[in-house]
Structures are given as structure tokens and as C-alpha cells.
Design a protein around this ligand. Structure first.
Ligand SMILES: Cc1cc2nc3c(=O)[nH]c(=O)nc-3n(C[C@H](O)[C@H](O)[C@H](O)COP(=O)(O)OP(=O)(O)OC[C@H]3O[C@@H](n4cnc5c(N)ncnc54)[C@H](O)[C@@H]3O)c2cc1C
Length: 542
């Protein structure tokens, strides 16, 4: 068997990459080791028949706002993909019953922030005024192959527009922490608590370098783009991508565990599967894996310089996470502001300091006293996901240790520190009780609860090492131009024609399909002589 490109794994980055290549006439094969396609995208009747849960990821603003959707969106719609959206994308519910909302227009957000502290609305306006003129640079950082000529081009654009001092200031602003940016910008702790939890969704905490930049990017992206989800569940995106790939002659297979990348004379020539099959790749092998797997398992000894292989093996993972899925007999009834029941994602937290404390506890190996609870309510947009009149909640907890040293609340016996069924359920009970303080009918309405611990996440997807939903710490030394790791940044690898994509690589995790798109674009770029010819032709006007 032989294809132009063999893609290892079927995550969103793989599927977007395969879609671009297949549309351009390449013969592609996507090989997935699990029985289901989509990696961290899966929709299943996990609790009871009729309840469609997004088992892992659920919210698609990064996909809808990303480069792959911009190009493939119309064709995917013809393959059955439809997006739904909301005017109430997110809010924070505080322990005292108060709530703060992030809404869909600059005016609405200014009014909402002024409600909590007069003057914060104007601060929001000033933030937008400074952000928008350079939004292309900010989003460019996340949408450019930084370790390449394009990356240099982005730097040059910033320099031309902003001057030396302005460019230095811009880069400096990229590095500020969320805490420093929030407390410098807004007076109200409600505003801080509204935005701080969002840095968790970028794998950071509010005190981490660059988390202030990510807070601004997300705040603007949510205001402008809302919180889109596909009708019928996240897996409809996978279905549409697979259908598009197959319609262009591409092959997508499950139960195909790639065990080695074949390397001949320093060039990747194909893959060998665990069942012994070999598949040749004439132009590229594209691996959507962690550096750990790439350098520990897939590459034969000697394919990469020992120091690079060693750095790859030492790639660091971030905090672990847990998912809780509730099937409810009726919609949740929130205390306080009635809009909470209509909001897609509600964070339950004491605020900025609450998020910071929980992150710190998890980093120290402890179960947090008051972990930030992400309460997702997909039925606010898509009623088709549950029986009529029922309720469904998607809960995410992003501040957990992989090895549990203790309980910051001093309540739970953590045993030997592994995620046993008992520890998983008892910690879920703590979260359940916290949500029940805000959702008065929770206990009465629960029909079934299914919890996935960090160990369950790792077992479900080899890329979710140590239960890290983002496939690698996003601390500054493993982020942006340094992702996946400084000794081998970007998507090229030490092996010719072997490309590295996925959440472990730039621009990191999320459903934007950034790395798959960046690699497809580079593969489809005409070779240098053809580019030079095209440029010469354009200069002479032909
Ligand atoms: C619980 C959870 C919730 C999340 N929520 C959101 C959200 O709401 N919105 C958002 O934007 N992002 C979210 N994320 C992050 C986002 O889902 C991921 O970053 C993204 O889906 C990763 O896509 P990927 O292409 O990197 O690969 P993955 O989705 O990780 O898929 C990789 C695939 O490759 C396969 N594979 C690996 N090695 C091999 C091999 N050797 N042979 C064959 N197959 C192999 C794996 O089995 C897997 O299926 C969430 C993540 C998790 C875990």
C-alpha cells in the first residue's frame, strides 16, 4: 500500500490536514489506533439513551474562528455540518449568588462591566481600541509557523507598523500574566473572576507568563465569535471532515495502531503498524502524537540526534483534568440571575484568587478545596441532544494533579495517589455538592452521572498523557516559538519528510486545527523554483 501522505492519528489536526491534501489531489491515508475517529472529539450516549454527551471537547469557537473552517466550512456544510450559536456565551457564578456575564457586543459588555464597577465599561472599550488595530499580529502569533520565514515575516510586519519601541512593547505585552493585566485594567473583582477562569482553557493559570495575552485573545474571540457548537454534537465535525476526505479519494481507518515510522537514509518512507502491515508514504508522514511517543516509540534508534530524542522524551505535561457528565430529568434551575440557565458555559469559582489558589494546589499535587467548575450547557443551543424537557450538563475540572499527594481540604483519603474509581467518585461528589449550591434542583434531577478521571482520559487517548487535556504543558518554554520543545521547534522534525502535528505542537491545543493546517499549507506550497517563477511572472505582469 502506498499513499502520498500517511497521517498518524485522527484528531482534528489530522483530519483538517488530510482534507486540505485530499482536496489538492494527494492520496492520503489517516490511520487511527482507537475504534473511533476524532481523538478528543467524541459524542456518545454515555449516560442514558437519548442523551448525547460530548465526552471530551465540546465548544468550537476555535474551529469556527480558525483558518481550516474559513476554507473548508462551505464544503463541510454540504457534508452535513451545521453550527449553532448563542448571545450568552459565558458567565461566572460567585459563591454569594452574584454573577457576571461576557456578552456578544462591545456595548453590552461595557454595560455589564459598568454594572459591577462604574468605569470598567470604559476600560473594556479602551482594551478593544488597543487590541483591534493589531489583532492580525495577535492572532498571527497563533496562526503562523513561527519557526520559519513566515514567522520572520510576522515579526517584520510588527516592526514596520509599530517601530522598534512599539514592537518591543507589543512583545512585552504578550508576556504579562492574567492577574497583572486584569488587576491593572479593571477595578471590579467580578470582572477579574469573569475572565480569569478562561486561562485554564489555554492550559495556563492566571499567574503564568503570557496568560494575560491569552485572556485578551479569548475575551475578544468570545465577544466576536460566541460559543458555537455543531448541531447533534461535536462528532458531527469529525463526520463531515471524514466524509469530505473520502469524497476526494482519501482513506480513513480505525483500529490501525502505528508502531514505527520507517526511515530510509534520513527520510521518512512510511509506517509499520502493530499488526505488521507496512504502508509507504511517497511525500510525507505526518504524526499527530506527543513528543514522548514520537521519540520513545515511533522513531527507530538513531533517526534523531540523541540530544534531540532525549529532549523529546523529557517533554513536560501540564495539569490533569476530570470530566463529569450529568443526565438530568429536567433543565437545571440556577439560583440568582435567570440568564445563568441560558448561558453556554458558567464558571463556578470565588474569582481570580480562587482560580489561582486551585491551580497552585493542583501544581503542588493536591486536590483543590474549591476547584474551578466549568459548567457546560449545550442544550442552551441544541435541544436535540437530550429527550424533550430533560437536562444535560458537561462539567470540566482543569486543576488536578496526575499523582495525588493529598487533599487540600483534608477530607479525602488519596490512597497511593493514583486515580482509583473510589478517589474519582469521591472528588466528583465534592464538585457535585458545589454545583448543587447554585443549581437548586440538581440532586433531584440527576438520572445518571458518569465521571472520567485523568487516568480514564489517558486510557481513552494516548495523546492525553497523564490526563493532560492539552497534550503538554504550555509554560512559556514549551509554548509559541518553543513548542513542542526548544531543541526541535515547529513542525519539521530531524527526519526529512516527517512532520509533527497535534496539540503538543504550535499553536497548541484546541479545536482550531492550527498545526494540521500549517503543515498542509507548507506541503502544498509550490517548490522554490516554481515559487520564484510565479514571482518573476507576476513582476513582468504575466
Ligand atoms: C476533556 C477535554 C475537553 C476539551 N474541551 C475543549 C473544547 O471544548 N474546545 C476546544 O477547542 N478544545 C478542547 N479541548 C482540547 C482539544 O480537544 C484538543 O486539543 C484537540 O482535540 C486535540 O486534537 P489533536 O488533533 O491534537 O489530536 P487528538 O484529538 O488528541 O487525537 C489524536 C489521535 O491520534 C491517535 N493516535 C495517537 N498515536 C497513534 C498511533 N501511534 N497510531 C494511530 N493512532 C494514534 C489517538 O488515538 C487519537 O485519536 C479539550 C480536550 C479534552 C481532553
Amino acid at each position: 500500500m502506498s499513499y502520498d501522505a500517511v497521517i498518524v492519528g485522527s484528531g482534528v489536526n489530522s483530519l483538517a490536514c488530510a482534507a486540505f491534501l485530499a482536496r489538492a489531489g494527494w492520496g492520503v491515508a489517516v490511520l487511527e489506533r482507537e475504534d473511533e475517529l476524532g481523538g478528543a472529539i467524541r459524542t456518545a450516549e454515555l449516560t442514558e439513551p437519548g442523551y448525547l454527551h460530548d465526552v471530551f471537547s465540546a465548544w468550537h469557537p476555535l474551529w469556527v474562528g480558525g483558518p481550516a473552517h474559513a476554507e473548508l466550512g462551505d464544503e463541510l456544510a454540504r457534508h452535513g455540518l451545521e453550527y449553532l450559536n448563542t448571545d450568552l456565551p459565558t458567565a461566572t457564578a460567585y459563591p454569594d449568588g452574584e454573577a457576571a456575564f461576557l456578552l456578544r457586543s462591545a456595548e453590552a459588555n461595557a454595560a455589564e462591566l459598568d454594572r459591577h464597577a462604574p468605569g470598567d465599561g470604559a476600560a473594556w472599550g479602551r482594551m478593544l481600541e488597543t487590541f483591534f488595530p493589531n489583532a492580525d499580529l495577535a492572532f498571527g502569533v497563533l496562526g503562523t509557523e513561527l519557526w520559519s520565514r513566515s514567522g520572520l515575516g510576522l515579526g517584520a510586519r510588527a516592526y514596520r507598523r509599530l517601530g522598534r519601541r512599539g514592537a518591543a512593547e507589543f512583545v512585552g505585552e504578550l508576556l504579562i500574566s492574567s492577574r497583572d493585566w486584569l488587576t491593572e485594567t479593571f477595578q471590579s473583582e467580578r470582572a477579574h473572576g469573569l475572565l480569569a477562569p478562561w486561562v485554564l482553557h489555554t492550559g495556563l493559570g492566571p499567574d503564568a507568563a503570557a496568560s494575560g495575552f491569552m485572556t485578551r485573545v479569548i475575551a475578544v474571540a468570545v465577544q466576536e465569535g460566541g460559543m458555537p457548537i455543531p448541531r447533534g454534537g461535536g462528532a458531527r465535525l469529525v463526520d463531515a471532515l471524514v466524509s469530505l476526505i473520502r469524497s476526494h479519494g482519501g482513506v480513513v481507518e480505525t483500529g490501525r495502531d502505528v508502531e514505527q515510522v520507517l526511515v530510509e537514509g534520513g527520510t521518512a518512507s512510511g509506517v509499520r503498524l502493530a499488526d505488521g502491515d507496512t504502508i509507504r508514504a511517497e511525500r510525507a508522514v505526518i504524526a499527530n502524537v506527543t513528543p514522548t511517543q514520537l521519540y520513545d516509540r515511533l522513531l527507530p534508534d538513531g533517526a534523531a540526534a540523541p540530544e534531540i530524542a532525549e529532549r523529546g522524551r523529557r517533554f513536560r505535561y501540564g495539569r490533569a483534568e476530570m470530566q463529569i457528565h450529568f443526565a438530568l430529568s429536567e433543565p437545571p434551575q440556577w439560583e440568582g440571575d435567570e440568564r445563568l440557565g441560558r448561558t453556554a458555559i458558567v464558571h463556578v469559582t470565588p474569582g481570580l484568587d480562587g482560580v489561582s489558589r486551585a491551580v497552585n494546589e493542583a501544581d503542588r499535587g493536591l486536590l483543590p478545596v474549591e476547584g474551578t467548575v466549568v459548567v457546560g450547557q449545550p442544550l442552551t443551543m441544541d435541544e436535540s441532544r437530550a429527550p424533550e424537557g430533560a437536562g444535560l450538563l458537561w462539567i470540566q475540572l482543569q486543576e488536578l494533579p496526575w499523582r495525588v499527594k493529598g487533599d487540600a481540604a483534608d477530607e479525602l483519603d488519596v490512597g497511593d495517589g493514583t486515580w482509583t474509581e473510589e478517589l474519582r467518585e469521591r472528588y466528583a461528589d465534592r464538585i457535585h455538592a458545589r454545583i448543587a449550591k447554585h443549581v437548586r434542583n440538581l440532586d433531584a434531577a440527576v438520572r445518571k452521572r458518569v465521571v472520567l478521571s485523568p487516568a480514564d482520559l489517558q486510557a481513552a487517548n494516548i495523546n492525553l498523557q497523564r490526563g493532560d487535556p492539552y497534550s503538554g504543558s504550555l509554560a512559556l518554554d514549551q509554548n509559541f516559538v518553543w513548542r513542542p520543545f526548544p531543541a526541535s521547534p515547529g513542525h519539521r522534525t530531524p527526519v526529512d519528510r516527517l512532520w509533527h502535528i497535534g496539540a503538543s505542537t504550535h499553536p497548541g491545543p484546541g479545536l482550531g486545527a492550527g498545526s494540521g493546517t500549517l503543515v498542509a499549507k507548507q506541503l502544498l506550497e509550490p517548490a522554490l523554483p516554481a515559487r520564484a517563477l510565479a514571482r518573476a511572472r507576476s513582476l513582468v505582469g504575466r
